[in-house]
Design a protein around this ligand. Structure first.
Ligand code: GDP
Ligand code: MG
Length: 176
């Protein structure tokens, strides 16, 4: 059974922990300690194949650290999360993307598996970032884009499944 490590990045408060916990435990945890950084494990079945997933729910205020670089090196794929209600979190996401590309060895591993995630889609009346904004950024990076609601469990499994499928394609492509 393949073991894939995926890392959830994004500014504080975008819903990284809520997305992870909703995916792993099927509950919406509205008040989760923002300082907790943890690794969650889940076995899933996609397209009739089983996978063991390790999900690193990152935390902390500093955008870049030796710790985050270590996660980048160890991970097979990334969820880059912003909140559709916050321009600052949307702008921050490019920093994580650039960092991933500079820390991972792109020449050896190719482009990393990434899903750009616009979370809090249930807060339509507070929306600042349009779907088109998100899609345009994903097109620029040639990655997948989905809007999610950790609260309503909208597209939560989809973002993780898409990431696993991307990692699969990359793994198969690099096999001789
Ligand atoms: P993190 O710092 O990125 O891990 O963010 P959290 O997962 O702790 O969530 C931060 C805040 O946003 C909490 O108050 C959550 O209840 C709220 N939140 C997270 N996801 C959603 C969502 O999809 N919809 C709404 N309405 N609130 C959310
Ligand atoms: Mg958190």
């Amino acid at each position: 059974m393949p073991n894939y490590i995926v890392c959830v990045f994004g500014s504080g408060g975008v819903g990284k922990s809520c997305l992870t916990i909703q995916f792993v435990q099927d509950i919406f945890m509205p008040k989760y300690d923002p300082t907790i950084e943890d690794v969650y494990k889940k076995t899933i079945e996609i397209d009739e194949k089983r996978y063991s997933l390790e999900i690193v729910d990152t935390a902390g205020t500093e955008e870049f650290s030796a710790m985050k670089d270590m996660y980048i090196k160890d991970s097979h794929g990334f969820l880059l999360v912003y909140s559709i209600t916050s321009l600052a979190t949307f702008n921050d996401i490019s920093g994580y993307y650039d960092r991933i590309l500079s820390v991972q060895d792109i020449d050896t591993h190719g482009r990393p598996a990434i899903v750009l995630v616009g979370n809090k889609s249930d807060l339509g009346n507070e929306r600042i970032i349009t779907r088109e904004d998100g899609q345009a950024l994903a097109n620029k990076w040639n990655c997948t884009f989905l809007e999610t609601s950790a609260k309503d469990r909208a597209n939560v499994t989809e973002v993780f499944y898409d990431l696993v499928r991307q990692i699969n394609r990359k793994t198969q492509a690099s096999r001789p």
